[in-house]
Write a new protein. Structure first.
Length: 167
């Protein structure tokens, strides 16, 4: 599928049996965010039971190099909470996380590229994603990967920057 400078990563839709691996990758990412003072994710958000339901709906994808999981992302076809009033023209990328041991190797970019490919393959011309307001590091990363900041969503429980990329 995608290749970084030296890495060939394949992505596949997860199966319910992948829930323990996906859960651990996301929990590790949540713990890392919290250790950096970024209150975006919490480990309890990624219980296997909840993820299994989302996997059964075909929402999660896992990246692999030679069969080893390198990261995950969730791909949705609507997001009425963050993207109210936007319908049918985009794919919504969530929960992008790189597995421990794979940081700094371009896996995040490969995961985003795969999600973008899937969105385009479905005939949608826009990839959308978000990050918690104040996560400046992730904001810069998204801008560096070609996304454009298009707004903010300020709610009672969620405050996020919104990004999109035309494919």
């Amino acid at each position: 599928m995608n290749s970084g400078s030296e890495i060939l990563m394949e992505a596949r839709r997860t199966e319910v049996a992948d829930a323990p691996v996906v859960s651990e990758i996301l929990k590790d990412a949540a713990r890392w965010l919290l250790s950096k003072g970024i209150d975006q994710w919490h480990p309890h958000h990624f219980r296997e039971e909840r993820l299994s339901r989302q996997m059964a709906s075909g929402e999660f994808w896992v990246g692999e190099v030679e069969g080893a999981p390198t990261g995950v992302f969730r791909l949705l076809w609507s997001d009425p909470i963050l993207w109210r009033g936007h319908r049918g023209e985009a794919g919504y990328i969530h929960n992008v996380a790189v597995a421990e041991g794979w940081h700094g190797k371009g896996i995040g970019r490969l995961l985003l590229a795969e999600a973008e490919r899937l969105i385009a393959e479905r005939g949608r011309g826009i990839a959308r994603l978000d990050c918690i307001l104040g996560n400046e590091r992730l904001r810069r990363y998204y801008l560096e990967t070609g996304y454009r900041q298009v707004g903010e969503r300020i709610g009672e429980k969620l405050q996020a920057w919104l990004f999109e990329k035309h494919l």
